[in-house]
Design a protein around this ligand. Structure first.
Ligand code: GDD
Ligand code: MG
Length: 392
């Protein structure tokens, strides 16, 4: 079986991290996002992954070359000379995807994280006999006039996944593709990309299994699979949707990335608890890379990932955050709801919180406070950032 991962787009919403690497190579749960996908594809017998890419292919391929042999999977690139959207890249990679076997192929958005239940998807696809399967995730309920009040309390009481999706929908109803389907059969009646108002409570999860015949519907030009292809397959009664079991999140924006980490770690707790850290210094679900060093008297968690080669010095407090490869957090610093980019340092007694995102190689000086600072790579922060702002 083959798979295509849509890795184009500039990842602007995940800047400053994507100023250093393409979005799919941004670490999530201590490894690049795309590796979660490639490993899961390999597990269900996918033999070749095609990366549909429109910039920096060498960065991606150089990085993935190692994993090709380690994982025993072929990784190739299909490079656009202009961005072809979410469907055009399929036409460009037609020869790789339609290899004459007649087998369906997977298509994935590169920024979605979930349990990748690919075996169930294959079974569902075979059972309905249609042309295309899309995965959807449920949002909780129709937003009402009272929703904002409810939302305020949900923010503070660690919402479950259904509630998270609902939150996102309500905050920005135009953020996702919405699917209206027959409950019993999964047949999709309507697919509406980024609707202005409420259309339904299931959103497109960005994971598809398509028959090669779908390629005949796509021309080699910038095309949106969501706006131009799915609605037509639905009109021909060939589009089916399956509700994704387990968690789901599009982690292409900092706030969703942090929520996604919580959901991912919750899922690890259920499926592979041995991978999580334990000890008196650990609170809730925490992932610490085996090469990271944690000092005395720290309190870490919940919902924290500490990456390879990181040094967390004595007395540090970390919660709901990611500390990426090679970063150093100095004594008694406190980090919450933030992302610390590769090789950055957070100084002694510094306090970093409220969606602070430090790009690669940023240095926050001792005792500095950052309240939602978004800091571009290679900066030194000598004075406090008192309200959310971009530091260039
Ligand atoms: N190769 C290539 N070329 N890839 C592209 C291009 C392009 O021109 N434009 C976007 N992509 C890739 C992105 O890298 C991402 O992996 C995927 O296509 C979807 O693009 P996003 O920019 O992340 O779209 P979105 O998040 O606003 O919406 C999509 O995902 C939602 C779920 O996360 C849609 O598919 C929605 O329907 C869906 O609900
Ligand atoms: Mg996205």
């Amino acid at each position: 079986m083959k798979a295509l991962i849509l890795v184009g787009g500039f990842g602007t919403r995940l800047r400053p991290l994507t100023l250093s690497v393409p979005k799919p190579l941004v670490d999530f749960g201590n490894k690049p996002m795309i590796l979660h996908q490639i490993e899961a594809l390999k597990e269900v017998g996918v033999t070749e992954v095609v990366l549909a890419i429109n910039y920096q292919p060498e960065v991606m391929l150089n990085f993935l070359k190692d994993f090709e042999s380690k994982l025993g999977i072929k990784i190739t690139c299909s490079q656009e000379t202009e961005p072809l959207g979410t469907a055009g890249p399929l036409a460009l990679a037609r020869d790789k995807l339609a290899d004459g076997s007649g087998e369906p192929f997977f298509v994935l958005n590169s920024d979605v994280i979930n349990e990748y239940p690919f075996t169930e998807i294959i079974q569902f696809h075979k059972s309905h006999g249609g042309e295309a399967t899309i995965m959807v995730t449920k949002v909780r309920s129709v937003p009402t006039a009272e929703t904002p009040k409810n939302l305020a309390s949900m923010h503070t009481s660690a919402p479950r996944i259904e509630e998270c999706c609902c939150l996102m929908q309500v905050d920005e109803p135009s953020k996702y593709g919405v699917v209206v389907m027959e409950e019993e059969t999964g047949k999709v009646e309507r697919f509406v990309e980024k609707p202005k108002g409420f259309v339904g409570n299931k959103i497109n999860a960005g994971i598809y299994l398509l028959n090669p015949s779908v390629l005949d519907r796509i021309e080699l030009k910038p095309t949106s699979i969501e706006k131009e292809v799915f609605p037509r397959i639905a009109a021909d009664n060939g589009l089916f949707a399956m509700v994704l079991p387990g968690f789901w999140m599009d982690i292409g924006q900092p706030r969703d990335y942090i929520t996604g980490l919580r959901l991912y770690l919750d899922s690890l707790r259920k499926k592979a608890p041995a991978k999580l850290a334990s000890g008196t210094h650990v609170l809730g679900n925490v992932l610490v890379h085996e090469t990271a060093v944690i000092g005395e008297g720290c309190l870490i968690g919940p919902d924290v990932a500490v990456g390879p080669g990181c040094v967390v010095e004595a007395g540090v407090r970390l919660s709901r955050c990611t500390v990426m490869r090679g970063a150093r957090v100095k004594q008694h610093a406190c980090i919450s709801s933030s992302i610390i980019g590769w090789h950055s340092t957070v100084g002694m007694w510094a306090r970093v919180e409220n969606m602070t995102i430090l790009g690669e190689d940023v240095h926050v000086c001792d005792e500095v406070y950052s309240n939602g600072g978004v800091v571009l790579p290679h900066k030194e922060i000598k004075s406090s950032i008192l309200k959310p702002e971009i530091v260039m």
